[in-house]
Design a protein around this ligand. Structure first.
Ligand code: FAD
Length: 465
């Protein structure tokens, strides 16, 4: 047998949940060990948020280079060397994962490469290909993340791919079928459509991007269709036949069976929590039917010295939510009173236009019995948006009727992903529409849209009637 290594806090998984938890725990004076079976940075840095945004940026530039006639710019023979796109994308990922490794080291967190498995509530085994080591801990934070769901009729292969496969393609596909129009499927559809891929989205529900208001998702749909994408809703993907150079996907829509050919089929129908091969049953940690770990407001599981954060617990599976919970768990272990408060988790889609939402929508407020007001302001009335030649979209500011308190915001438009931060702050700080309206915003900026939406809420906007 081996000699156990003792540590205060063990963190399992080095994604945006785990590495942030490890750094915060170390800052608070704990001896921390982080175990990662794959690559530091987790899904987000390696095969999620970051590489997808890099691909989206490259696709956007390629498309813009060919479509700036309005500005008097034409370019001939705009070419893309996709292997260079991939190399650049890889360099962005490497910079960030290297940076995180450095931060862990700088904070004296011990990084261990291997797969962790619970022995009991104070011991884990870490397996590598050649060895096994036991670690004895006082507290543990589980941050093992999630994996793409596989559909039984669409077993992953060379041509039936998930998001990881799509991000790693070596060539731009001539055609791509995307099953599932959630944010991951829609973002990747947009990226490839910009590179010239003929995209077909098959969505089972009434619409793509169901988490967002129709007025917002319809702008994204229009933009995708302009780039030649086909969007089939209420479509059930039935099966796939692989040919020598591609796939034939069978689906049912409007009661009829249909077929579509493509180079690849990308399946983005959701993700499942990585809570199965961890030995949780050895410790008696409670899970929901969906395999999520149950936690309290301090991210504590039913076993008092074991915490869980990120994609393996309830709530939106987003990187910033994982990191937020990581800080809470580390602080709770240090005896602080930190508690989770999901009031203002922003959700962003890096589509065209970008979509972003935080807090309540008007409809959600109504459902909760809050009398709310939705104040809309269009990007088309903003000088900066017009000078960017990108004025498709709007902001909606949701305030409480009785006192003008900001309780939510939705944005569709260029820069929405950055603009949403101000609204999150407004909600967290308990600001009113008047507070935003009275804040001087630089001109000409997209930020003025926020100020103007607040003016709309107050009933006296300057730049619209
Ligand atoms: P993960 O990032 O999944 O990390 C978990 C880590 O644990 C992994 O590295 C895994 O190898 C390791 N692990 C698992 N089991 C063990 C074990 N037994 N022992 C040791 N290590 C283990 N979110 C956003 O907020 N914004 C975005 O723009 C965005 N874009 C995305 C795009 C794509 C294509 C995808 C797939 C996801 C995207 N996400 C985005 C979601 C985001 O990546 C996740 O919400 C986030 O990574 C979850 O963080 P986590 O720390 O919970 O887990």
């Amino acid at each position: 047998g081996d000699f156990p290594i003792e540590t205060d806090t063990i963190v399992i998984g080095a994604g945006p949940g785990g590495y942030v938890a490890a750094i915060r725990a170390a800052q608070l004076g704990q001896k921390v060990t982080i175990i990662e079976k794959g690559t530091i940075g987790g899904v987000c840095l390696n095969v999620g948020c970051i590489p997808s945004k890099a691909l989206i940026s490259a696709g956007h530039r390629f498309h813009e280079a060919q479509h700036s006639e309005d500005l008097g710019i034409t370019a001939e023979n705009v070419k893309v060397d996709f292997s260079k796109v991939q190399a650049w994308k890889g360099s962005v990922v490497d910079k960030l994962t290297g940076g995180v490794a450095g931060l862990l080291k700088g904070n004296k967190v011990e990084s261990v490469s291997g797969e962790a498995y619970f022995v009991d509530a104070n011991n884990i085994r870490v397996m590598t290909e050649s060895s096994a080591q036991t670690y004895t801990f006082k507290n543990a934070i589980i941050a093992t993340g999630s994996s793409p769901i596989e559909l039984p009729a669409f077993k992953y292969s060379k041509r039936v791919i998930n998001s990881t496969g799509a991000l790693a393609l070596e060539e731009i596909p001539a055609s791509l079928v995307v099953i599932g129009g959630g944010y991951i499927g829609t973002e990747l559809s947009g990226a490839f459509a910009n590179f010239g891929t003929k995209v077909t989205i098959l969505e089972g529900m009434d619409d793509i991007l169901m988490g967002f208001e129709k007025q917002m998702s319809s702008l994204v749909k229009r933009n995708l269709k302009k780039k030649g994408a086909e969007i089939v809703t209420k479509a059930t993907a039935k099966g796939v036949e692989e040919t020598e150079n591609g796939v034939v996907v069978t689906y049912e829509a409007k009661g009829e069976e249909q077929k579509v050919e493509a180079d690849y089929v990308l399946v983005t129908v959701g993700r499942r929590p990585n809570t199965e091969e961890l030995g949780l049953e050895q410790v008696g940690i409670k899970k929901t039917e969906k395999g999520l770990i149950e936690i309290d407001k301090q991210c504590r599981t039913n076993v008092s010295n074991i915490f869980a954060i990120g994609d393996i617990v309830q709530g939106p599976p987003l990187a910033h939510k994982a990191s937020y919970e990581g800080k809470i768990a580390a602080e709770a272990i240090a005896g602080e009173a930190s508690e989770i408060d999901y009031l203002a988790i922003p959700a962003v889609v890096f589509s065209e236009p970008e979509l972003a939402s935080v807090g309540y929508t008007e409809k959600q407020a109504k459902e909760e019995g809050i009398e709310a007001n939705g104040a809309k302001f269009p990007f088309a009335a903003n000088g900066r948006a017009l000078s960017l030649n990108n004025s498709d979209g709007f902001m909606k500011l949701v305030t409480r009727k009785e006192d003008g308190l900001v309780i939510g915001a939705q944005i569709a438009g260029p820069g929405a992903s950055d603009m949403i931060a101000e609204l999150g702050l407004a909600i967290e700080a308990g600001m009113t529409a008047e507070d935003i309206a009275m804040t001087i915003h630089a001109h000409p900026t997209l930020g003025e849209i926020t100020m103007e939406a607040a003016e709309v809420a107050l009933g006296s906007p300057i730049h619209i009637m």
